[in-house]
Design a protein around this ligand. Structure first.
Ligand SMILES: Nc1ncnc2c1ncn2[C@@H]1O[C@H](COP(=O)(O)OP(=O)(O)OP(=O)(O)O)[C@@H](O)[C@H]1O
Ligand SMILES: [Mg+2]
Length: 494
């Protein structure tokens, strides 16, 4: 079939590319990604305020680019997103450098050094729009030469963006005031401390206007009181995903400054949820992805999820590296894990439950059921130290507490698992009753007699014998126990 070569026109495409939804924080992060991919360990970011000629400058000491690599790098769509990327590489689409820069300003200059050779290029969007063609300047304009400065001794790259119309209203009537400009810079500072915290912890140095970034770890690494859940590894479309849940300590264990700091950029309630990392770089934070509401009792839960760049398709990573969607295959597992830890957070918030020992991994002590095993038998028993139960039992008088305990014992004996086990049991020749069952019969008989309903021993024995958990005990044995053990109340009724 015949085809007609149809070139996109430059001017409208530029406008569209400028509006793919970056904000200043995600844009700067995307440029920093490139420096990290280029093996930099020192990245200096500078935000310069000037009503007419402010700029953003990002300098790294990475491997730099040759002239042809730079030419390729400045091309829109410089790499095929479908190609396999190197292990740990953060880039994917061949777009970030351009789209992130254009989302902030109208001019992008890059100067880079590799093997001792310096190369430079410049996109001027006013010129591209004017000519309606993708015309890239081979050199950077002389008026910014002294602002952009020199690449370090060995190798490295400087990305320079100015004419900051989108970043601070350059050329419009609404130019940001200086204090708002620097408040914005402060927010970027905090955002980078969060999304790059793993790299910062590993020794990467990033400065903004000379101030060194300090890693902000959402899971409060080093806090002895936090609970670290068991790491779980699941497979999504054959690729491994690591999940590590954390429940942070109760708010009262912090002083005011620590508490505010641990709350992160959005505050405690909004920072709960999943934290998703792609190659150690946070791409999504504090989000339950519609599985649960963000409520105060669950605000102690933060769950780390890590995937590799091989799984980009499954998680639908976007150009901005700031949004993903949870693969259907992973949803059920994530929901189940989150549900458990949310409940734990709720219990800690409402009842101030503590982990058995500070810093120790949780071992299911908050399950309502626990498996009890000895050499021969195993059965499910209720967790009698569950904080909700403890709270209820504390609130009632002794008599009611006893009744609740008897009732719970019956629930336990009647649990479907225990019933199955009993049904399979071979009846013993001689009926032997353990002390616990004996006590239970007595307790229950006493409760039945105390209801005031007219009951004789026969009736009570029959009722108990039909109850779950007592199937294995013959009625006359029950009757004998009641006859012997239950108080005079019983004998009066006989
Ligand atoms: N600071 C830098 N140092 C060395 N090379 C760089 C630097 N910035 C960009 N590059 C090169 O330019 C290429 C294009 O960068 P760009 O950010 O546009 O796309 P990408 O990183 O490949 O993918 P993505 O769109 O997902 O970010 C990179 O793949 C890299 O080869
Ligand atoms: Mg990139």
């Amino acid at each position: 079939m015949a085809t007609i070569r149809t070139q996109p026109s430059a001017a409208p495409v530029i406008q569209a590319l400028r509006s793919i939804g970056y904000n200043a924080q995600t844009a700067i992060s995307d440029i920093v990604d490139n420096s990290i991919d280029a093996n930099s360990d020192y990245i200096q970011i500078e935000f310069d305020y000037d009503i007419d000629s402010g700029f953003i400058r990002i300098e790294d000491n990475g491997i730099g680019m040759t002239d042809s690599e730079l030419q390729q790098a400045m091309t829109i769509g410089s790499k095929d997103p479908r190609k396999k990327r190197a292990k740990e590489e953060l880039g994917r689409f061949g777009m970030g450098l351009k789209t992130a820069s254009f989302s902030m300003g109208k001019r992008l200059c890059v100067i880079t050094k590799k093997n001792g050779i310096i190369s430079e290029r410049c996109w001027d969007l006013d010129y591209v729009s004017d000519k309606n063609e993708w015309l890239l300047y081979e050199t950077i304009p002389s008026e910014i030469k002294d602002k952009i400065g020199q690449v370090g001794e060995n190798s490295g790259t400087i990305v320079f963006v100015d004419r900051l119309d989108r970043f601070c209203g350059y050329g419009t009537k609404k130019v940001l005031k200086q204090d708002s400009y620097y408040s914005k810079v402060k927010r970027i500072h905090k955002y980078l401390e969060m999304v790059f915290h793993v790299m910062l912890e590993k020794g990467l140095i990033i400065t903004i206007n000379g101030n060194t970034l300090y890693p902000w770890n959402p899971f409060l690494e080093g806090n002895q009181r936090r609970i670290e859940g068991e790491e779980q590894i699941i497979r999504v479309n054959q690729k491994l995903v690591n999940i590590t849940p954390y429940v942070l300590p109760h708010p009262t264990t912090f002083n005011q400054v620590e508490y505010r700091y641990a709350g992160g950029i959005k505050g405690w309630r909004d920072q709960q949820g999943f934290y998703i990392y792609r190659e150690n770089r946070m791409v999504s934070y504090g989000d339950w992805f519609g599985m649960f509401p963000k409520d105060v009792p669950s605000e102690l839960v933060r769950i780390k999820i890590e995937f590799s760049n091989e799984a980009d398709d499954d998680w639908k990573i976007d150009v901005k590296k700031s949004s993903i969607s949870v693969p259907d295959e992973a949803k059920e597992d994530l929901q189940a894990i989150a549900k458990y830890y949310r409940q734990l957070s709720q219990e800690m918030m409402l009842y101030r439950t503590k982990a058995t020992r500070t810093g120790e991994k949780i071992k299911g002590t908050l399950n309502t059921w626990e498996l009890s095993t000895d050499d021969i038998n195993s059965s499910y028993i209720l967790n009698r130290t569950h904080p909700v139960l403890t709270e209820i039992l504390k609130a009632v008088d002794i008599d009611l507490r006893r009744k609740i305990n008897v009732y719970l014992k019956l629930v336990e004996l009647g649990s479907p698992c225990n019933l199955l086990k009993t049904a399979n049991m071979v009846k013993k020749e001689e009926q032997q009753i353990d002390e616990k069952s004996m006590k239970l019969i007595v307790d229950y008989a006493e409760i039945l007699f105390s209801t005031g309903i007219e009951l004789d021993v026969e009736k009570v024995a029959e009722t108990i014998s039909m109850m779950a958990g007592f199937e294995g005990i013959e009625i006359h044995t029950i009757r004998t126990i009641i006859d012997k053990e239950v108080n005079s109340n019983a004998s009066n009724n006989t």
